[in-house]
Unconditional design. Structure first.
Length: 135
C-alpha cells in the first residue's frame, strides 16, 4: 500500500524526480545536485543552500579553507556553478544569494506539470485474478 501511495503522489515520504529533467542534465554535477535538491525541495517551493552544503552534496565533505587548497576550492566552485546552471536550464529558479554559511543559492523547484504526474489504474485492477476454487 505504501508503494501505491508513492506512485500516486499521495505521500510526502518519497522523492519525485521528473525523468525529462534528469535526462536533460549535461553534467554529472547537475544530476547529483538535482537528485539532492529534489529530495529537499517540494514542487513549487523555494529553499536556500550554502556553498558548503552544495560542496558536501557533491564531494562528501567540504575542503578546509587554506591557501594550499585554493586551486581545488576554485575548481569545486566552478563545478557547482556549472551544475546549478544546468539545473536552471531545466526550468528551476536559481539565484545567487547570501546565506548563513556565506554565499549560496536560492533554488525554486517548478510545480510538476499534470503531464509529469503518474496516473495509475485502481489498485484492484493491478491484482491478477485468482482462479476459482470450484471443482
Amino acid at each position: 500500500i505504501c508503494e501505491t501511495a508513492a506512485l500516486l503522489g499521495r505521500s510526502n515520504n518519497y522523492t519525485v524526480l521528473v525523468p525529462a529533467e534528469v535526462f536533460g542534465m549535461r553534467t554529472d554535477a547537475g544530476q547529483l545536485l538535482l537528485s539532492r535538491l529534489c529530495a529537499s525541495i517540494d514542487p513549487g517551493r523555494i529553499a536556500r543552500f550554502g556553498d558548503l552544503t552544495l560542496e558536501a552534496y557533491l564531494y562528501g565533505r567540504p575542503l578546509e579553507r587554506t591557501p594550499d587548497n585554493r586551486a581545488a576550492l576554485k575548481e569545486r566552485q566552478r563545478v557547482i556553478r556549472r551544475g546549478m546552471s544546468d539545473i536552471e536550464r531545466q526550468g528551476w529558479g536559481v539565484q545567487r544569494v547570501r546565506t548563513s554559511e556565506g554565499m549560496g543559492y536560492a533554488v525554486q523547484r517548478p510545480v510538476l506539470p499534470a503531464t509529469e504526474r503518474l496516473v495509475m489504474p485502481p489498485v484492484d485492477a493491478l491484482r491478477p485474478s485468482r482462479p476459482s476454487k470450484r471443482q
